[in-house]
Design a binder for this molecule. Structure first.
Ligand SMILES: [Zn+2]
Length: 295
C-alpha cells in the first residue's frame, strides 16, 4: 500500500499517513456526490471493497435510524468510517493468516505459550487499529456459576470495586489452555480455542469504540483518532451508559421464556437483546468480518 497515494490504509497508523488518508477522503467529499464517491472507491479498491462498504453503510444507516440516531441519505463520515473499517479488517485478516495461523496455535502445548502467542497477536493488531496502551490479562471466571466458557471482556475505566486496571482486555485462560480437560458440558478443541484470536479482536474493538467516544466527547481532533462518524459515536456513547451486561437487570419482562440468564447471574434479557446493542453489533461484525447485522 502506498501511503498518501490513494485511500489505501495508511502504512502505519502514524499521524502523517492517517492525516493523508483523511485529506484524501475530504477531497472526495468536496469533489464528488455520494454515488460517485462510492464509484471511486470501487475503482481504487475493487468490487469486493465496494460491495462491502456499500452494504455496510446501508445497514449501519438503517440501524442507527432505528436506534434513534438519525442519518440522512448522504453521510460522508459514515462512508469513510465503513471504508476504514473494511481496510482494518482486511489488514487484520492478512496478518492473522500470514503470521498467526491455526497450525502455529495447534503446535503450542502449554497455556503460557498460548498466552504469549495472544500477546504477540495483540501487539500486531493494536497499530492496525490505531490503539495503544491496552493491556491483556488472564481472568478466571467461576465455573460453578456457569462462567467457565466465558471468553473475555474489555474494561475501559479503572474499576475500583474489582480492583481492575483501565484499558484492559481479559481472556479466559480456560478457553485457551491446551491441557484444559474442560467441563462436563464443554471442552475447548484447538480449533475452538483458536477463536480466542477473534475474541481478542472483538474486545479490542470495544477499546476502539471507547477511544472514539472519548475523542469526540473531548472534541479533540487527535490526528490518530478513530475514523468514526459522530452519529456512530453518539449511538456508542448512549449504549455505553445503558449497556446490558450479565451482572445487571435491564429488562423485567419475565413472560419471555427465551430470556438469557447466566446461572447465578441476575442478567435478565434475551440473547438477541444483548447481542443487538449498538456496541455488540459493531464488535461482532468487526471481529467476524461479517457485515454488521442484528441476530
Ligand atoms: Zn462485546
Amino acid at each position: 500500500m502506498i501511503a498518501g497515494a490513494s485511500t489505501g490504509l495508511p502504512d502505519s497508523y502514524d499521524s502523517q499517513s492517517l492525516a493523508a488518508w483523511r485529506l484524501r477522503m475530504q477531497e472526495l467529499r468536496e469533489r464528488l456526490p455520494f454515488d460517485q464517491a462510492l464509484d471511486e472507491i470501487r475503482v481504487e479498491h475493487g468490487d469486493e471493497a465496494y460491495e462491502w462498504v456499500k452494504e455496510s453503510y446501508d445497514i449501519a444507516r438503517e440501524m442507527l435510524n432505528a436506534w434513534g440516531f438519525p442519518v440522512g441519505d448522504y453521510d460522508f463520515d459514515l462512508l469513510s468510517e465503513k471504508l476504514h473499517d473494511y481496510q482494518m479488517i482486511q489488514e487484520i485478516k492478512r496478518v492473522t493468516e500470514e503470521q498467526f495461523p491455526l497450525s502455529d496455535w495447534e503446535a503450542l502445548t502449554t497455556l503460557e505459550e498460548r498466552q504469549i502467542f495472544l500477546q504477540e497477536y495483540m501487539d500486531a493488531i493494536l497499530p492496525i487499529m490505531g490503539l495503544e496502551n491496552i493491556g491483556l490479562r488472564p481472568i478466571s471466571f467461576d465455573p460453578t456459576i456457569g462462567q467457565a466458557n466465558w471468553n473475555g471482556f474489555y474494561n475501559h475505566s479503572f474499576n475500583h470495586e474489582l480492583g481492575i486496571p483501565a484499558r484492559t482486555t481479559w481472556i479466559n485462560p480456560t478457553t485457551i489452555d491446551p491441557n484444559n480437560e474442560g467441563w462436563w458440558f464443554w471442552q475447548p478443541s484447538p480449533t475452538d480455542s483458536y477463536k480466542s484470536l477473534q475474541t481478542l479482536v472483538h474486545e479490542l474493538r470495544h477499546a476502539y469504540q471507547n477511544v472514539a467516544v472519548d475523542n469526540i466527547r473531548a472534541m479533540e481532533n487527535a490526528p490518530n483518532a478513530p475514523v468514526v462518524a459522530s452519529v456512530t459515536a453518539d449511538a456508542w456513547d448512549h449504549n455505553r451508559i445503558n449497556h446490558l451486561d450479565t451482572q445487571t437487570d435491564r429488562t423485567t419482562d419475565e413472560s419471555d421464556t427465551e430470556r438469557y440468564q447466566e446461572p447465578g447471574q441476575t442478567g435478565n434479557y434475551t440473547y438477541p437483546e444483548y447481542r443487538n446493542q449498538p456496541l455488540e453489533v459493531d464488535a461482532n461484525g468487526f471481529a467476524k468480518n461479517e457485515v454488521w447485522n442484528k441476530v
